[in-house]
Ligand binder design. Sequence first.
Ligand code: FNR
Length: 381
Amino acid sequence: MSAALTRCAGVDDLRALAARRLPRFLFDFLDGAAGLERTAAANQDTFASMLLQPRVLAGDVQPDASVALAGRVSALPMVLAPVAFAGLLHVGQEQAAARAAASAGVPMCLAMASIASMEEVRSAAPEAELYMQLYMLRNRSIVEDVLERARAIDIRTLVLTVDVPMHTRRYRDLRNGFYRLPYLDARMRLDVLRHPRWAWARWLAGKPRFGTVARYTQDGGADFFLRQLDPSLCWADVAWLRRRWPGPLWLKGLLDPEDAAEALAQGADALVVSNHGGRQLDGSPSAVGALARIRERTPAGVPLFVDGGVREGTDLVRLRALGADAGWIGRPWGYGLAAGGEAGVRYVLDMLGQELRIAMALLGKRRWRDIDASVLASARH
Ligand code: FNR
């Protein structure tokens, strides 16, 4: 592990290291969000506003933060959220993240827009608990083929992202010309050349390709998804998918209790409450803010996950207090990958895990499932 990595005390330090290691346009893509980035900020602000209530002298509080997700034990109540283009953040690509997730004992949800193909990721990390994130494409036969391939590599859990009927205006990316990929303009080229230690040369020589979908397209570049994302996605499509996927089917990107109820009515097994890290509708509520209302109206047995703004182990306690079964993390593992490849992702997971266990001990909670609203200071006054 690099010295720079071991000097990182928290996710913010890894973010700063990632900013130094990445060309500007890639860091901005990872770190940025839609519009004025108010929703991205709200995700973190809501966590910050939730004060915790320490308890003392609770006796044996050796914390156990493991949790069952889709019938398998995860060592920590975390999932690596799907992050498109993650393979560009480090030469080890998505395989490095999958190996880190496997060694930490947590699942990884692989983005459909990954650089490495799902088969490459699976063969690099045969023991990883992989979920597959899916975008509904206009061409449904591609979707059917991807499902087939997922089954063939032992992926059981399918995660349909429902909050991207179309792309949004992400100011940093627009300024950087990010969506012109695979074409690098002069400024991007300069940015890349300033980072000679990375294998960006691959980019200059050729084009970054989306590994999983490259076989369905001439160029395999970023415009594949711009062209294929289906803006007419509706509930009938969820039912269509349900008929074709016998394993766990989860919907990601809901913020409204009525949408959550409809998702369950169409056969979803679990939901990821999410505003896509603030990358879709700038102005939507924070994900953790939406969680409480959805939990209230969702049957207790239905797993609810939430992502957006988790930057410290204590944030996992907070989302658990509002009824989530686990927290998903997006940018934090991206920062880790950019900062230190496999070791960097592992470092993020270990750090958040340690912070979570310490918080549990100080709150007098031995098991993850014991955490409830009583850990919030607001509940005690
Ligand atoms: C994402 N996210 C995302 N989600 C998804 O369902 N499919 C995708 O392809 C992507 N791609 C993607 C790229 C990048 C660079 C980021 C930062 C995020 C959203 C992601 O899964 C998750 O919802 C958020 O990242 C959670 O917020 P935090 O943890 O980043 O604050």
